[in-house]
Design a protein around this ligand. Structure first.
Ligand SMILES: C[S@@+](CC[C@H](N)C(=O)[O-])C[C@H]1O[C@@H](n2cnc3c(N)ncnc32)[C@H](O)[C@@H]1O
Length: 220
């Protein structure tokens, strides 16, 4: 099943995730994200295992790597995949066909028109560092997602920080290159700004920095 929540215009981040560019993405995640960001993919899979529910919305799905590797608490979870870009939606929904996911094409920086059942968990993993703007401006996405969540539901994810952490040479090079291209916009992202943006929309929030990556969760 598939829905479109009125996505108009593409950002550079959208164009970066075409089907051709998705292919090497898993290699980067699986093999070098630990070296780049100090937080290996297995650590993020554990984070998914800890927070994912049987009624889950995943935002900015990419290749669906973490949903494919995590353990849902039930055999047949209700799974909705949201992305502003069709290629990741198609790619991830094929990969996760065993869960019969629903696709929702929507830009998280705009209010999401969705009248389905509210969610118990929302994953927004490796997306915040792609979003344009200050952390306060990126935080609008948290408000739009809060509106799709049940009271007491959890939002969680990881994001690579650009400020307040010490990057190694390889990571710094990568960030410079992709920030310059507009694929990433995280030079101003720090732990404090992320926590403040989450607290603006959620009743509680927690941010833990692992290497140069923030692992966060917030309760609606
Ligand atoms: C770096 S990938 C992350 C993929 C996956 N969540 C992971 O952790 O491997 C970023 C994803 O976010 C999507 N994306 C970027 N900006 C978005 C926006 N404003 N609204 C919704 N999705 C967005 C991209 O199309 C891409 O699929």
């Amino acid at each position: 099943m598939s829905m479109n929540s009125g996505v108009t215009g593409q950002s550079i981040a959208d164009v970066a995730y075409t089907k051709y560019r998705l292919m090497p993405y898993d290699l980067v995640l699986g093999l070098i994200s630990g070296a780049l960001w100090g937080c290996p993919a297995g650590r993020v899979v554990d984070f998914y295992d800890e927070h994912v529910s049987g009624n889950h919305l995943d935002v900015g799905v990419g290749t669906g790597y973490f949903l494919d590797h995590c353990r849902f608490p039930v055999a047949r979870p209700r799974l909705v995949l949201m992305d502003s870009n069709l290629d990741p939606l198609e790619h991830a929904s094929k990969r996760l066909a065993r869960y019969e996911p629903t696709k929702l094409q929507a830009n998280v920086l705009r209010p999401v028109s969705y009248d389905g059942e509210r969610f118990d968990s929302v994953g927004i993993n490796h997306v915040v560092h792609c979003l344009p703007g200050t952390m306060h401006e990126k935080g609008r996405a948290f408000g739009h997602l809060r509106a799709l969540m049940k009271d007491g539901a959890i939002l969680f994810g990881a994001t690579v920080l650009g400020r307040g952490v010490k990057h190694n040479e390889l990571g710094a090079l990568w960030l410079r290159r992709f920030n310059a291209k507009g694929v990433l916009d995280n030079a101003r992202d720090d732990r404090e700004g992320l926590e403040a943006a989450l607290r603006e929309h959620f009743s509680s929030a927690s941010v833990r920095v692992v290497g140069r990556t923030a692992l966060f969760h917030a309760r609606a």
